[in-house]
Design a protein around this ligand. Structure first.
Ligand code: NDP
Ligand code: OXD
Length: 313
């Protein structure tokens, strides 16, 4: 099998890891081999942020392995072959990191660290600020997939009261409170002191974090968004922070990345931001998973992580 490879930002480590694990396959490095016209017998591609003309070299590709959990950017690629199956990463080392990231944000909110920070700036001994106990802090997680469910598990172990929201009723851990579908969203939101967005970005979920949603959260709720920038209506967040409807936000993803230097979020006292680093796929786990998926296809099976293009994830 000939495989076309492109991974934005890879220093060669990932490419080499695939070549080592797949010695019988020819893995073509699109970047260095400068393939601009259809190359022979390329039936699979491994990609992260491929350039617009990438698939011109692989018009007959049957399997496209995304080096990411989210495939929103890939699904809008102008040259995406219509009949290829897309397979995304499931966890691949990201769930543990995401659980740490969200736990950090939840602790920040629950322990009122934003208020202490502001008190420190004005050298105030804010001894009267008190934190709610973990069990009285209700965390709602939008999305109970590979990442959301692990985050929920971590937060539950730390004593938080956790519930999840998803589209279908199956979640891995039956002990978790679970709301399903749009009808259940208002009730779920009304009990989310901290709201975490771990949804994929799709037509259904774009702009979901807007003023209408914020109005359904408890007054002073805290937002954590490591999902995608397109989930958030940025102006609505600024308004909600201004009025006190929300008390603060931890954001990892943005409509435009890198976040432009002039953006208001950089200096907002109630926003903590990180540069899309909440969870990075790990090399060994990603390579193992993709190689295993290739073997599953070769045996005629269906591996985990096959994307439903119609649903958008
Ligand atoms: P999964 O596909 O495993 O899980 C997605 C979850 O969202 C599922 O529970 C799904 O419900 C739910 N969902 C999707 N659409 C809807 C909807 N319309 N209404 C209600 N629930 C919905 O994804 P992952 O957990 O692997 O990843 C989630 C996202 O996290 C990625 O798409 C990506 O955007 C982001 N991400 C961010 C990273 C970062 O570093 N900032 C790193 C990795 C991922 P159901 O189970 O019913 O289908
Ligand atoms: C992903 C990401 O989707 O890194 O994997 O955001």
């Amino acid at each position: 099998v000939n495989i076309l490879f492109y991974c934005e930002g890879d220093d060669g480590t990932l490419l080499q890891a695939f070549r080592t694990r797949l010695p019988d396959h020819h893995i073509v490095d699109w970047r260095s081999e400068r393939i601009t016209t259809a190359a022979c017998n390329i039936t699979a591609a491994i990609v992260w942020l491929p350039p617009d003309d990438f698939f011109e070299a692989a018009p007959d590709v049957r399997e496209i392995y995304a080096l990411a959990a989210g495939v929103d950017q890939l699904l809008v690629h102008p040259g995406l072959p219509v009949n290829a199956t897309i397979i995304r990463l499931c966890d691949a080392g990201m769930a543990q990191q995401m659980a740490e990231y969200v736990l950090y944000g939840v602790l920040h909110a629950q322990r009122q660290m934003g208020m202490f920070r502001q008190a420190q700036v004005s050298r105030q001994w804010a001894h009267d600020i008190t934190a709610k106990p973990a069990g009285a802090t209700r965390v709602g997680i939008l999305g109970a997939g590979a990442l959301g469910s692990r985050v929920a598990e971590r937060l539950s172990l730390n004593g938080y009261t956790v519930s999840c929201w998803s589209r279908s009723p199956q979640i891995p851990d039956q002990r978790l409170a679970h709301a399903v579908g749009r009808e259940a969203l208002p009730g779920f939101l009304s009990t989310s002191d901290v709201l975490v967005c771990l949804l994929p970005l799709t037509d259904d979920t774009a702009g979901i974090l807007d003023a209408v949603l914020f109005a359904q959260l408890p007054e002073g709720a805290f937002l954590i968004n490591p999902g995608r920038g397109g989930h958030l209506v940025e102006a609505d967040l600024l308004d909600a922070l201004q009025t006190g409807r929300l008390s603060g936000a931890l954001l990892d993803v943005f409509c435009v990345e890198p976040l432009p230097a002039c953006h208001r979020f950089w200096t907002h006292p109630s926003i903590i931001l990180t540069p899309h680093v909440a969870a990075k796929s790990l090399v060994a786990e990603s390579v193992d998973q993709i190689v295993e998926s290739m073997h599953t296809f070769a045996r005629g099976g269906i591996p985990p992580g096959v994307v439903d293009r119609h649903r958008g994830y």
